[in-house]
Design a protein around this ligand. Sequence first.
Ligand code: SF4
Length: 381
Amino acid sequence: MRALPVLKVRAASRRSAAEDQVLVMKRCVTSGCMDRPGVYRMLSRDGEVLYVGKSKRVRSRLLSYFRCAFPADKGARLLREAHQIEWEYVPSEFAALLRELRLIKTLRPRFNVALKRDARHFAFIKVTAGPASKLLVVRGASDDTAAVYYGPFFGAQQLEEAVRELSDVLGLRDCALTTHMHFADQQELFQLYPRTPGCIRHEIHKCLGPCVGGCSVTQYTERVALAKAFLDGSNDGPIAILRARMVESSEHLEFERAGILRDKVQRLESLRTQFLRFRFAVESLSFIYAVPGHDGDDRVYFIRRGRVRAEQPAPRSAHARAEVNALAEEIFGSGERSGAQVPTHEIDELLLTTSWFRRFPDELGRTSEFSPRGAPPKTRI
Ligand code: SF4
C-alpha cells in the first residue's frame, strides 16, 4: 500500500521531464525559426528521425504542433516522443515538397508511415515479380523493386475492371501471391508444398493454371510479355484475341456470348485509350521549370518524364546560362526509353510533379521546352 505514493511521484516526474523538453523545443522554434519555406525533422532522444514534414511557412507550421488540443492528435503524440526539432530552409514550396519526399524515402521515419499524399487520386498497374506474374492495381510503389509499374491512371475502380478483363483474356492468374506454382515443365524431386487444387478460373479457361501444371513456364511468360506490350501500347494482341472469339460466337449464332465479348473489347479499348493518354501526360512532363525563390533564391529544375533530374540556381550571367544549356543538353539530349512503364524509384516523384502541376496549372507558364538542336532554353523568371 505504501508503494503507491512513490509510484505516483515517479510518474509525475517523468511527465514533467517530457513537458520540460516540449518547452525547450518550443523555445527553440520561437527564438530561431523563420517563417519561410522549409523542411523539418523531429528526432527522438537517441537520434532516430521520427517524422519529416514541410511547409511554406515552417515556423508557423512547427508552432502549430504545440497547440494540439488532444493527446491523441498526431502532433501531440509526435511531441511526446520527440526530443529535438531540426529544420532547414529551401527556396520555395516546390523545393520543400521535393526535399521532403527525398528525405522520407531515404530516412523512412516511422511517423510518416507511407507516402499517401496523392494516393487517393492516382493508381498504377503493377506487374508482380516472381515465377508467375500477376497484374495488380495499386496506389503507389512498394518496396518490391523487381516489380514493373504502369501509370499513373485516374479512376481506380474502372482500372480494376479493365485489368481483370486483361488478365482473363490472357489467362493470367489473380490468386494470392503466396500460392505455390507448379508449371507443366517443372521437375519436382521433392514436393515441398502441398499441391494447390487450382480454382474455377482454370476450369472456365480464364487462367492458364500455372499452379496445376496447366502451362509451361515459357507459355506463361509469353502471356505476361503480351500483357506488358499491351500496357506499353505496342501490341493489341488481347483485343485481337477477343475480337476473333466474338466473330466466332456470332458465326455460331451465340449472340448473347458475342454481346458479352463485345463489351469486353470495349473495356479493353478504353484501357488502351487511357494508356495512350497517360503516355502523352508523362512525356509532356519534360521541361525546364523556373521557380522564383525566397529572397531572390530562384532556381531552375530540369524535369524529364515527371522526374526532377537536376536543379540549378537561375542563371544570371552569360557564363551561368551556358552552364544551364550544357546541363539541359546532357539531360534532354540523351535517348531514353518511352512507353508507359515507370521504374519503381520514379513513381513517388512522378506523382509529386503530376499532382503539383495539376493543383497549380498556372505554373506550367514558368516552364520551357528544351530544343535538342541546341537552341537556348527560355526561362521566364
Ligand atoms: S488456377 Fe491456380 S494460378 Fe490460376 S488463379 Fe486459380 S489458383 Fe491461381
